[in-house]
Design a protein around this ligand. Structure first.
Ligand SMILES: [Zn+2]
Length: 270
């Protein structure tokens, strides 16, 4: 069985600043523990759902924008038992690991040195993660080094499309995934450069050879937040026939023979 727990479903500057929706990324419990895109609040939100950063095996960071990587270093401190133990794997975009002309690396040398492995892969690269295999996928985003993934597991593939504009190849990389997580930032009629909107997802799904069993919309920006992401999800589902959910803090998807979803109650101690 695989469990995906969301520590937020928001993204973009204004949702992040206001925390109109949480921005903590998501956690996959499969044969290893994989934390994805620890945006602002990731550490605090994780503990609310009893996710212990000391148990993270792999930290995946799609790109070096604050809403995806703000809590990266503190997660590395968790993974390495407070930087006392060489442990854990970081898979991040080149901008996360090395920085770029506009950004310093998201993780300092001090933190990188504490990890067992650090990778800044290219699309098509593959990693063995416990019993699963991760294939790195491409994106076209304002951070040109942005990466996504497709995780091949014995319960089917879990695919992640992070911030990107639509491009035809996306379909090929993610066709046949059982669970598709996608950063759908904008609602209908409100496309912006370098991000997906509702129409992009509809267009992609309609044309996909093998459609996913479920779509999980995440990274709702402020315009999506006000347009009502549940309405957008319903629209996507009606037009494409793909069961569509809106990710939010505490939303858990369990993937076994069947796929089930529920919203967890946060622990009371925080
Ligand atoms: Zn971004």
């Amino acid at each position: 069985m695989i469990e995906i727990t969301f520590l937020g479903g928001g993204g973009g500057r204004f949702v992040t600043i206001t925390q109109a929706r949480a921005t903590g990324g998501f956690f996959i419990r499969t044969s290893k523990n994989i934390y994805v895109d620890p945006g602002p609040g990731a550490l605090v939100r994780a503990w609310r759902y009893k996710i212990d950063p000391r148990k993270i095996d792999v930290l995946f960071i799609s790109h070096r924008h604050t809403d995806h990587c703000n809590d990266a270093e503190v997660m590395v401190e968790g993974m390495t038992m407070g930087v006392t133990k060489k442990r854990g794997v970081l898979i991040g975009s080149r901008s996360v690991v090395y920085g770029d002309e506009d950004h310093t690396p998201a993780v300092s040398k001090y933190h990188l040195d504490a990890l067992e492995e650090v990778h800044a892969p290219n699309p098509g690269d593959r990693f063995r993660i416990g019993e699963d295999e991760m294939i790195i996928t491409p994106s076209i985003h304002s951070d040109p080094t942005t990466i996504g993934f497709r995780l091949k597991t014995r319960f089917g593939d879990v695919s992640y499309i992070p911030d990107t504009q639509y491009f035809d190849e996306l379909k090929k990389w993610h066709s046949g995934a059982r669970v598709l997580i996608a950063a759908v930032t904008r609602p209908r009629d409100m496309r912006i450069p370098y991000h997906l909107c509702t129409e992009d997802i509809v267009y992609m799904l309609k044309d996909m050879k093998e459609k996913p069993e479920i779509l999980l919309m995440t990274h709702a920006g402020m315009k999506m937040h006000f347009a009502n992401p549940y309405k957008e999800a319903k629209f996507i589902e009606t037009v494409t026939g793909v069961k569509t959910y809106v990710a939010k803090e505490g939303f858990r998807v369990t993937i076994g023979k069947e796929i089930t979803v529920r919203t967890l109650r946060p622990a009371r101690f925080v």
